[in-house]
Design a protein around this ligand. Structure first.
Ligand SMILES: *Cc1c(COP(=O)(O)O)cnc(C)c1O
Length: 383
């Protein structure tokens, strides 16, 4: 069956007990056992529940994995993956990663003796040079954030594996409706399901999926031992969101491309970063990995300073001033003061996260309304 069909039916079969087309939400935390010391399918909801098992089956199927795990947030999922490592191990990560991932790697993982090097993902030579004998994991985002760099996943997988490291890919910005990293060489794919997978700004969730049963078992052990599992209602909301994922990604990618093309012609905009644009330095690679959809996040630099950039973000009426992305409602933010404020100023400067950079997430509103809203905000702030 095709992707769109599987997104609707796999893991969401009618309830065998009642025939309900939408399976119920199991809220039970504990399950009676057939005998002392013998176990049924479920025993305690940290270890698993029918509701979580359903959405995990959907996610594994859509990612082409042998299993998936639903976490209480995207950060909990990334943390789960880093717990595969031990003191003395080293991580090579892409340099324009999510601010929260930067913080986790630099301010939490370091407490367990795990070190991190950041490397631009679009330079394979630097990537190779960053690998050390103790590098156990390479961590990149399918589309870098906020600079929209694209990692050549098959090439980076080859480098990681040659050095005996796992490749983990945060695929939040693409979702399985655009790209499936496990098919491109990744060992672990991770999502902040809070974004496109849930899609409606009402469900905080994270995912890890793998194609190696041993690795899946180890990650399940970590998740059950540490407890950051996704609760029943959130599993249900995530399952519901996934049913329209393909439809939303198609529409939102198309709208984002049109807005990016329009921004390129705007006199108050100096640069637009979007993998779907011919002007994107890695457009050909993006097409090879993603096909004809490039996601709904667009970054652009305005002809203005820090204060004017802030003013643009505060002057839109339709675009909400907020750090998230991937939902039906459009959002706008200034990375330097918002999503990437947890990078220190020197790191921002080094990696090109300039003060005049704006990031938008294009939702499902009418595209003419969205363009008009950005246009009036640019004129308020910059003229
Ligand atoms: C939001 C986000 C995260 C963190 O996920 P939460 O669900 O907010 O914990 C990680 N990576 C990327 C790319 C994100 O956008």
């Amino acid at each position: 069956m095709k992707f769109r069909t599987r997104a609707i039916h796999v893991g969401s079969e009618p309830d065998p007990a009642t025939g309900a087309v939408v399976p119920p939400i199991y809220l039970a935390t504990t399950y009676v056992q057939p005998g002392a010391g013998t176990w049924g399918a479920f025993d305690y909801s940290r270890s698993g529940s029918p509701t979580r098992a359903g959405v995990e089956r959907t996610l594994a199927d859509l990612e082409g994995g042998c299993g998936a795990l639903a976490f209480s947030s995207g950060m909990a999922a990334i943390h789960g993956a880093t717990m595969l490592l031990r003191s003395g191990d080293h991580i090579v990560a892409g340099s324009d990663i999510y601010g929260g991932a930067y913080r986790l790697l630099h301010k939490i993982c370091n407490r367990s003796g795990i070190s991190v090097s950041l490397t631009p993902v679009n330079d394979l030579k630097q990537f190779e040079a960053a690998m050390r004998p103790n590098t156990k994991m390479v961590w990149v985002e399918s589309i870098g954030n906020p600079l929209m760099s694209i990692p050549d996943l098959p090439a980076i997988a080859e480098i990681a594996h040659r050095h005996g490291a796992w490749l983990g890919v945060d695929s939040t910005f693409t979702s399985p409706a655009i790209m499936r990293p496990l098919e491109l060489g990744a060992d672990i794919v991770m999502h902040s399901a809070t974004k496109y997978l849930g899609g409606h700004s009402d469900c905080l969730a994270g995912v890890l999926a793998t194609k190696d049963p041993e690795l899946h078992k180890e990650l399940y052990f970590i998740q059950n031992a540490t407890g950051a599992v996704l609760a029943g209602l959130e599993c249900f909301l995530l399952q519901r969101g996934i049913k329209t994922l393909d439809l939303r990604m198609k529409e939102q990618s198309q709208a984002a491309l049109e807005i990016a093309q329009w921004l390129e012609t705007h006199p108050l905009v100096s640069r637009v970063l979007y993998p779907g644009l011919e002007s994107h330095p890695q457009h050909d690679l993006a097409k090879r990995l993603m096909g004809d959809r490039f996601g709904a996040v667009v970054s652009f630099e305005i002809r203005g300073d820090f204060a004017q950039t802030k003013k643009v973000c505060e002057s839109t009426k339709l675009f909400g001033l907020a750090v998230s992305l991937g939902a039906v409602e459009s959002l706008i933010e200034q990375p330097a003061s918002m999503s990437h404020a947890s990078y220190d100023a020197a790191a921002r400067a080094k990696f090109g996260i300039v003060d005049s950079l704006i990031r938008i997430s294009v939702g499902l509103e009418d595209i003419e309304d969205l363009k008009a809203d950005i246009d009036q905000a640019l004129h308020i702030a910059c003229t």
